[in-house]
Design a protein around this ligand. Structure first.
Ligand code: NFA
Length: 102
């Protein structure tokens, strides 16, 4: 497209904005006190995992110190983190959850 109009003025061209929304990893952190079964329940209830997948992720976090529960848009990731923290708090477990850009 010709960037100049008939009067010799530059016409602003608009670039199509096709950028995908940034995605965020929700991370679960190990601690020495939260029961394994509670972590498995949280992964099932909040992240929709099967018992088998939840157990696998829980054991990964338990042995490696941190693990990815899923990757989401920012609003969804923030909601999941808040739900995990609230569920842990309500049950007096120190389970911690955070997020970082993928
Ligand atoms: N490390 C905890 C225990 O031995 C289990 C746990 C796993 C806690 C994953 C937090 C995250 N009871």
């Amino acid at each position: 497209e010709d960037p100049h109009d008939g009067a010799g003025l530059t016409v602003q061209e608009s670039k199509p904005k096709l950028k995908q929304p940034p995605r965020y990893k929700v991370l679960l952190l190990n601690d020495d006190f939260t029961p394994m079964e509670f972590v498995v329940y949280v992964l099932e209830a909040i992240f929709g995992m099967s018992r088998e997948k939840a157990t696998q992720i829980m054991l990964h976090v338990h042995t490696r110190g941190v693990g990815v529960c899923g990757v989401f848009t920012r609003d969804i990731a923030e909601t999941k983190v808040a739900q995990v923290k609230e569920h842990a708090r309500a049950n007096q477990h120190p389970l911690m959850c955070t997020m970082e850009e993928a």
